[in-house]
Design a protein around this ligand. Structure first.
Ligand code: NAD
Length: 473
C-alpha cells in the first residue's frame, strides 16, 4: 500500500519485441483448437470482462485520473460503465450468432442454404489514450462475442491505465483468448508486420494510414475509428439557448475536450451569437460556482493529456486571428489545464485546420441552414454532426444532404453509449463498433449449402455435353 493507504498502481513497462511473434502464434494455435467456438465460452470471457471492470472500479478511476486528471464521475460514467455492453452482448449473443436461413429460389430450398456467423480468427485491437478503458474494451467485447481471440495494444500515452490493464488481463481472461502488448511505435510496428485476421484501430488519421498500409500487405480487413472536426449547427428559431448551451458544453468539457465526438466548432447566425455566448457563461457560473465560474481549478474538470498536446492547443489559440467571445485565455501550465473559451473567427483560421481536441470553440458565422450545409459538405466528413433545431424540414435537409459518422439533433456526445452503431465515414473512419454492428465487424458470413443426392436429377442439366437442347434452355 502507498502512503495514502491505497494499493499502489502497477508500473508500466513495454513488452519485449522478441515476445511479440510468440504471443501471436500462441493465440493462433489456441484459435485453431476451436476454443472460442462454443457460445458458452464466449459468454464466460465476457462475464470475466464485466467483472474485471466493476471489481476494479476504484483502481481504474485512479489510473485514469493519474493519466488524464479525469474526474472519477467521468471515469465511472464513460469508461467503467461500458461494462454493461459486455452484459448486453451476453444477453443477445444467441440471437446474433444464430445461423441464418435466408430465402432462396424454390428449387434450391432443399440444399439447406445456411449462413453461419463465424469468427475471423485472431484480431489486433490498437487503442488510444483519451478514453483508454472504453476504447479498448468496446472492440474487445465485439471481438470476443464474435468468437475471436484478441491481442490488445493500449496507448503508451496513458501508462497508468495501460499498466493496470496489463496486470489485470491475465487475472481475468483465459490466456488462450486475450493477450496484451504494451508499447509505442516500435512495438506497434512489430505487431503490424504479423498477419492478423482483422485489425481494429482507434486514433488519428495519420496512424490510420500506417495501419491501412500494413494491413494491405496481408489483405487484412480493418476498422478505423478516427476523429475530425465535429460541427455544431445552430438553427435558432424556437431554441431555448440555456438548454442548448448546457448540451453543447456537456459534450466539450468532459476530458477537457479530448473526446472523439466532442463538438469541435460552432456554426451560428450572427444575431444568435451573443445570446449563445451569454448562455455559455451562465452555464459555467452554475456548474463551476465553487471556483468562480471558471473550470481551470475545479475538481469537476480534467486537463490535457501531456505537454505536447497542451502546447499544440495553446499554439492553435495563439495563432488564431479571431476574437475571444466566451471565457478568457487562461491556462495552468503545471497541470496542462486550459480554461474553456470560444473564439469568433472564419473557416480559414488555423483553428479550423485540424481537430482541436481541447476546450476551445471556433465560432463561425453562417447566414442560414443551407450555408451551414455547404460549409460542412465542403470539408472532410465529420465523425458526428450536431444540429440544434426545432424545424422538421431542417432535420430532413441534414439527413439527406450531409455526410457524417453520426447525426444528432438537439444534444451532443451521448449518442455513443446507447447501443447504436458507431463509426465514421471518409476521414473520420470506416467500419463500426458497439452492439450488433460491432459484433458484425469481427464476423464472417460463411455461406453454406448441402446438396442431397436425390437432387441429382434436378442438377444434372449443368454437366456436359452442352447439347443444343441445353443451350437453348
Ligand atoms: P494515440 O497517440 O494513443 O494513438 C493511438 C494508437 O496508435 C496507440 O496505441 C499508439 O501506440 C499507436 N500509434 C501511434 N503512433 C503510431 C505509429 N507511428 N505506428 C503505429 N502505431 C502508432 O492516440 P491519438 O491518435 O492521439 O488519439 C486521438 C485521436 O483519436 C483523435 O483524432 C480522436 O478523434 C481519435 N479518436 C477516435 C475515436 C473513435 O472512436 N472514432 C475515439 C477516440 C479517439
Amino acid at each position: 500500500n502507498g502512503a495514502n493507504g491505497h494499493a499502489a498502481l502497477p508500473e508500466w513497462h513495454s513488452t519485449p519485441l522478441a515476445e511479440i511473434p510468440k504471443l501471436h502464434a500462441d493465440l493462433d494455435a489456441s484459435f485453431r483448437s476451436g476454443i472460442m467456438w462454443p457460445l458458452a465460452k464466449r459468454k464466460q470471457e465476457l462475464a470475466a470482462m464485466a467483472r474485471m471492470m466493476t471489481e476494479n472500479a476504484e483502481l481504474w478511476a485512479r489510473a485514469i485520473y493519474a493519466d488524464l486528471g479525469k474526474p472519477e464521475f467521468q471515469a465511472n460514467l464513460y469508461e467503467i460503465g461500458v461494462s454493461h455492453q459486455a452484459l448486453t452482448a451476453i444477453a443477445q449473443l444467441d440471437e446474433w450468432a444464430a445461423p441464418a436461413k435466408p430465402a432462396v429460389p424454390e428449387r434450391h430450398a432443399k440444399w439447406s442454404p445456411t449462413v453461419y456467423k463465424v469468427p475471423k480468427g485472431v484480431v489486433l485491437i490498437i487503442s488510444p489514450w483519451n478514453y483508454p478503458l472504453t476504447l479498448t474494451i468496446q472492440p474487445l467485447i465485439a471481438a470476443l462475442a464474435a468468437g475471436n481471440c484478441a491481442l490488445i495494444k493500449p496507448s503508451e500515452l496513458a501508462p497508468h491505465f495501460s499498466a493496470l490493464l496489463a496486470d489485470l488481463v491475465p487475472k481475468y481472461f483465459d490466456p488462450g483468448v486475450v493477450r496484451l502488448v504494451n508499447g509505442g511505435v516500435e512495438e506497434t510496428t512489430r505487431l503490424l508486420e504479423l498477419k492478423w485476421d482483422h485489425i481494429f484501430y482507434t486514433g488519428n488519421g495519420a496512424v490510420g494510414r500506417i495501419i491501412a498500409r500494413a494491413a494491405a500487405q496481408h489483405l487484412t480487413p480493418i476498422t478505423l475509428e478516427l476523429g475530425g472536426k465535429s460541427p455544431v449547427v445552430i438553427d435558432p428559431t424556437g431554441l431555448d439557448l440555456d438548454i442548448v448551451a448546457k448540451r453543447i458544453l456537456h459534450g466539450k468539457l468532459p476530458n477537457a475536450g479530448q473526446t472523439c465526438v466532442a463538438p469541435d466548432y460552432i456554426l451560428c447566425p450572427e444575431a444568435s451569437q451573443k445570446p449563445l455566448m451569454a448562455a455559455f457563461t451562465k452555464t459555467m457560473e452554475e456548474w463551476f460556482h465553487e471556483t468562480g465560474g471558471k473550470a481551470l481549478r475545479s475538481p469537476h474538470y480534467g486537463r490535457i493529456v501531456n505537454e505536447r498536446h497542451f502546447r499544440r492547443v495553446q499554439g492553435l489559440v495563439e495563432r488564431s486571428k479571431g476574437e475571444v467571445v466566451f471565457g478568457e485565455k487562461q491556462t495552468d501550465p503545471e497541470r496542462y489545464a486550459i480554461e474553456p473559451i470560444a473564439i469568433k473567427t472564419d473557416g480559414e483560421d488555423d483553428l479550423m485546420k485540424e481537430e482541436i481536441f481541447g476546450p476551445v470553440f471556433p465560432l463561425i458565422t453562417i447566414k442560414d441552414v443551407d450555408d451551414a450545409i455547404n460549409f460542412i459538405e465542403s470539408r472532410d466528413h465529420p465523425l458526428s454532426l450536431y444540429v440544434f433545431t426545432k424545424n422538421e424540414e431542417t432535420k430532413q435537409k441534414f439527413i439527406a444532404r450531409t455526410r457524417s459518422g453520426g447525426l444528432v439533433f438537439n444534444d451532443t456526445m451521448d449518442q455513443m453509449g446507447i447501443g447504436l452503431p458507431f463509426g465514421g465515414v471518409g476521414e473520420s473512419g470506416m467500419g463500426y463498433s458497439v452492439g450488433r454492428a460491432g459484433y458484425e465487424q469481427f464476423t464472417h458470413l460463411r455461406a453454406s449449402v448441402d446438396v442431397p443426392d436425390n437432387d441429382e436429377e434436378a442438377v444434372s442439366f449443368r454437366y456436359p455435353p452442352y447439347t443444343e437442347e441445353k443451350v437453348n434452355l
